[in-house]
Design a protein around this ligand. Structure first.
Ligand code: SF4
Ligand code: SF4
Length: 283
């Protein structure tokens, strides 16, 4: 289990602990202000972060490595993520009391287009938590008439959309707003998603790997290459045409989206803890 599970999971996966989504945590004024600022001023600060990461990539290796570690450490208590597969998305949705879909702040700022891949979640019998904060934020990409505003979805609608995202090559991730409060569930892809850009392209992790790993059943694999094409983490070992698929477990994030496109049902997810070589590899 990752650091957050040990610190905030009460003996289980931290993101399956209802308290981490609760209105109790959300009522903290510092956290509410953090969320408001994140969405209101986020687009400008994301553009700036991307420029800084590009500069970081050009620094000498030693200094670059040092700064990358510092950025990861600085992010962890504030806004940090973890990759999760669709079965855990389903478990989380079962617990939620309110699901709202909104325009993706990353794609808005980096690609200039409105794409509705992000979700605000709340678990509270009393209120609408995240959605009540979001609808008060004065940012046109969130609530403006041209963007369609916030959409309230049923759990079934949200799950159906996220299953489709997965087939389109997007992986699911959860996000804290002052850890351990979880307020967002995103569907990430390159080039528009800042979390993937920072973690994969700029090699500065801002999310944990998932609790799982992909395994290929060599008996079933028909060497079609579909898994390799869809993996956002380039975790399949390059093979010659006709070679069966093999996962580089040190690169696999356990998102599970390769599983969904495999025509031979040859891919499954196993618990990361069951593979000693990567059991503690989270970043
Ligand atoms: S190999 Fe791992 S990281 Fe790549 S798509 Fe499959 S589960 Fe995700
Ligand atoms: S998608 Fe499935 S059948 Fe095709 S190469 Fe990957 S594991 Fe093999």
């Amino acid at each position: 289990m990752c650091n957050f599970c040990h610190q905030h999971g009460e003996g289980k996966k931290w993101y399956l602990e209802a308290r981490n989504y609760s209105e109790d945590l959300l009522s903290d004024l510092k956290r509410r202000r953090f969320i408001e600022n994140f969405f209101a001023y986020g687009p400008d600060s994301l553009k700036k972060s991307e420029q800084q990461l590009q500069l970081l990539d050009r620094l000498p290796a030693l200094l670059r490595g040092f700064i990358r570690k510092k950025v990861t450490k600085r992010q962890m208590p504030y806004h940090f993520g973890q990759v999760i597969p669709i079965e855990d998305v389903e478990k989380i949705l079962e617990m939620t009391t309110s699901v709202v879909r909104l325009a993706c702040i990353c794609r808005h700022s980096l690609l200039g287009s409105e794409q509705r891949f992000c979700y605000g979640l709340t678990i509270s019998p009393q209120g609408n938590g995240m959605s009540s904060i979001l609808k008060e934020i004065d940012a046109s990409y969130l609530i403006g008439p041209q963007t369609g505003g916030l959409e309230y979805l049923t759990k079934e609608e949200a799950l159906e959309h996220m299953r489709q995202c997965e087939l389109d090559g997007l992986c699911h991730s959860l996000w804290t707003f002052i850890t351990p409060f979880i307020g967002g569930l995103c569907n990430c892809s390159l080039p528009g998603c800042m979390a993937l850009r920072t973690t994969v392209l700029h090699k500065t992790p801002v999310m944990f790997r998932g609790e799982y790993l992909a395994v290929v059943d060599q008996e079933k694999c028909i060497a079609c290459g579909e898994c390799q094409k869809i993996c956002p983490f380039e975790a399949y070992l390059p093979g010659k045409n006709g070679d069966k698929a093999a996962v580089n477990i040190r690169k696999c994030y356990g998102c599970g989206i390769c599983r969904g496109v495999c025509p031979a049902e040859a891919i499954s997810l196993v618990d990361r803890q069951s593979v000693p070589e990567v059991a503690q590899l989270w970043l």
